[in-house]
Design a protein around this ligand. Structure first.
Ligand SMILES: [Fe+2]
Ligand SMILES: [Fe+2]
Length: 229
């Protein structure tokens, strides 16, 4: 199933046991895919083939491929996408390229696991373009050390972050680092003078339209370990 969720943003899926979405961001004939999840063999369609069909239908070239973070439900078919889209530039933060899971996935199917991404960025942010429209990739560990937001046309794709005053589903990142990540996102949006008005989860099960993103991020700074039960 494919649906247009926001200007230039399609959602495909859900796929696999964790019901993950695949996102297709597009502008002026160019596209980026975000998330490469597992699928139920024999029941689901293969997600990379669905992306291929959508590209053909909308006459798009797949310029970039990204994941929100290196957890299996978001990247298990990374190597299938690599094989199917040999001309696409796969982009990831250093924390994704060096994650044990990505290396394991790559080592069985790729001669050099260190080269599974064509472009690896080190700092906070990487600016890419689809047509003349910027696409920002922002490293922001909160749910995992390899979290990155993908921000495009006023929408932030926020992976598995729990936004607002909800307690995260794990404790993989230190509370202080989580708050630094929230501050980092706010600071970059301020510096870029960029308005985010929509926030979509990686799974596609939580879609905030017309949201006050700054306020949502402010509420996300709560340290649940310090809040009395
Ligand atoms: Fe996750
Ligand atoms: Fe997930």
């Amino acid at each position: 199933m494919i649906s247009l969720e926001a200007p230039g943003i399609f959602k495909l899926g859900p796929y696999g046991p964790y019901k993950n979405a695949v996102w297709l961001f597009c502008h002026e004939g160019e596209a980026a895919v975000v998330e490469m999840p597992p699928y139920n063999k024999g029941r689901d369609r293969q997600p990379w083939r669905d992306v291929g069909r959508a590209l053909k239908k909308f006459d798009l070239t797949l310029k970039y491929a990204l994941i929100s973070h290196a957890h299996l439900d978001h990247c298990q078919t990374l190597m299938d996408f690599r094989k199917f889209f040999p001309k696409t530039t796969f982009v990831g933060h250093r924390s994704q390229a060096e994650s044990g899971l990505v290396r394991r996935l790559a080592s069985s199917r790729w001669s050099n696991p260190a080269e599974v991404f064509d472009h690896v960025f080190e700092g906070d942010i990487q600016m890419l373009h689809l047509g003349r429209e910027p696409l920002y990739v922002l490293h922001c560990p909160k749910h995992s050390q390899s979290d990155q937001f993908v921000i495009f046309r006023g929408t932030a794709m926020t992976g598995d972050w729990f936004l607002g005053d909800l307690k995260d589903c794990n404790a993989l990142v230190h509370p202080g680092e989580k708050i630094r990540s929230v501050n980092r996102v706010q600071e970059w949006l301020r510096r870029l003078d960029y308005q985010v008005s929509r926030a979509f989860s990686g799974h596609g099960d939580c879609l905030y339209h017309q949201v006050d993103f700054h306020r949502l991020l402010e509420k996300s700074k709560i340290d649940h370990d310090l809040v009395p039960a």
